[in-house]
Design a protein around this ligand. Structure first.
Ligand SMILES: Cc1ncc(COP(=O)(O)O)c(C=O)c1O
Length: 443
């Protein structure tokens, strides 16, 4: 009953603007890969809270570091009185990020404010007004980040008019209907844009996700990022990669762009960087990061607690070798999902890299028509069976699997078993549609 009261209070007191709900869960505890509700029910979490809890829930050493840090220095505004945890973290991030050039780091609180920095500083640094971004991209909800985004979740507001959106090369749903030479098609489209509404000499930067996650776990062709890098080099345009969701080891490398032979001019981090505490960062060329003084400041940016948590999070990822685990366990998970695909004709495609995996739900495999209703029913039924999973995608029909990187083989086997049961139930019509309808998801 207590659980119900939280939901009622949530309905009464909490703004709908922050709600993205798939089932009626409330949580009181988290340990490892499991969340617990007020009745002690456990849920195997395949979401990591939208890819934040990469190191799992309740890592004791983070708690210790936080206590230590709070007692030593609970706060300083790094804008005016910097302290050592911020500079230490910055140095580490510079070391981790490829690129043999002078780099600097900016800190914020969320992926959105970090991408807002990109929207301000990249044009400022280059003296060019325009930016290029991609349809389906999710860069955040604040005005600059929203303007760079091409996701339906940002379509409720008008962004700034200086951003041109190109189709993202989606091999499963190619924008031209033709899946061959998808990178070339995209570059051809870009050249058309350059020769009409967005001259390259007026274009400051291109921002891209190396894997579009909220866009539907879309993996572009292998040569895509290299082609973008080449275009940028040709025209003196900055290339920015948003690693907020799939960075920090999730794909089997620190950063997902490292699967391609490119070096970005700036990299955007957030979500999992703080192991659950809010922190974002942009690591990039000094000329971009220093292009403005006192121009993108948040009082608590880089605060001692969040930076201490991030330093410890990185240490844990290194110590537990979570990056290679993500690669190996991701492969195991992918194979398990592919076996489920053979059983259920409404699974159109299974794809992913490391521990970011997508299961595309369609009416039937040949027609590929997205089935968002079935997708939301799957999320709901999974919740009833003790498995947490969300969906993404501009058509609202891709189950997104981004568990903590600490997930074990046994837990993956359990997740596959629960997912199998879920799919079987949904296929058999064992769905409480009245309940499902109450959770609007991304709508
Ligand atoms: C790739 C990417 N960039 C930026 C953001 C925005 O991050 P935040 O919600 O922390 O503002 C998200 C959030 O899902 C994201 O997936």
């Amino acid at each position: 009953m207590k659980e119900k009261s939280v939901l009622i209070q949530d309905q009464e007191f909490i703004s709908n603007a922050l709600k993205l709900r798939f089932h009626p869960i409330t949580v009181t505890e988290g340990k490892g890969c499991y969340l617990f509700d007020e009745n002690g029910r456990s849920f195997l979490d395949l979401t990591a809270g939208w890819a934040v809890a990469n190191i799992g829930y309740g890592q004791e050493s983070v708690a210790e570091k936080l206590k230590e840090q709070y007692i030593k220095l609970s706060f300083t505004t790094q804008l005016s009185a910097p302290s050592q945890t911020m500079t230490e973290l910055a140095e580490k991030l510079i070391e981790m990020t490829p690129g043999d050039f002078s780099k600097k780091v900016w800190f914020g609180h969320s992926g959105s404010d970090a991408n807002d920095l990109i929207s301000k500083l990249v044009p400022a640094a280059s003296g060019r007004p325009k930016m290029i971004a991609f349809m389906g991209a999710y860069h955040g909800q604040t005005m600059g980040a929203l303007s760079l985004s091409g996701h339906s979740a940002q379509a409720k507001f008008e962004g700034k008019g200086n951003v041109i959106k190109l189709p993202y090369p989606n091999p499963y749903r190619p924008f031209s209907g033709i899946s061959e030479h998808l990178t070339e098609q995209t570059i051809h489209f870009m050249n058309e844009v350059f020769s009409t509404i967005c001259p390259p000499e007026e274009t400051a930067g291109i921002i891209v996700e190396a894997i579009q996650s909220d866009g539907g776990v879309i993996l572009p062709p292998d040569d895509f990022l290299a082609a973008l890098r080449q275009i940028c080099d040709q025209h003196g345009i900055y290339l920015i990669v948003d690693e907020v969701k799939v960075g920090m080891g999730r794909t089997g490398k620190w950063f997902s762009f490292e699967h391609s032979p490119i070096i970005p001019d700036a990299v955007v981090l957030g979500k999992s960087l703080g192991g659950g505490l809010p922190i974002s960062a942009v690591i990039g060329r000094q000329e971009i990061l220093d292009s403005v003084t006192a121009g993108h400041m948040f009082t608590a940016s880089g605060n001692p607690l969040c930076t201490a948590a991030a330093i410890e999070t990185i240490r844990i990822i290194e110590e537990k070798d979570l990056i290679s685990q993500a690669e190996k366990n991701g492969q195991y998970f992918l194979e398990g999902l592919r076996s489920l695909q053979k059983k259920y004709p409404f699974i159109g495609e299974v794809r992913g890299k490391g521990l970011v995996l997508g299961v595309e739900i369609v009416t039937d495999r040949l027609e590929k028509k997205p089935d968002p209703v079935k997708t939301s029913a799957i999320c709901y039924r999974a919740y009833e069976l003790g498995l947490l999973i969300y969906y993404v995608g501009i058509h609202g029909n891709v189950l997104e699997i981004t568990p903590p990187l600490t997930i074990s083989r046994e837990e993956i086997t359990e997740a596959l078993h629960l997912l199998d049961q879920t799919l079987q139930d949904v296929a058999a019509g064992h769905v409480d549609w009245e309940q499902v309808k109450q959770f609007s998801g991304w709508a």
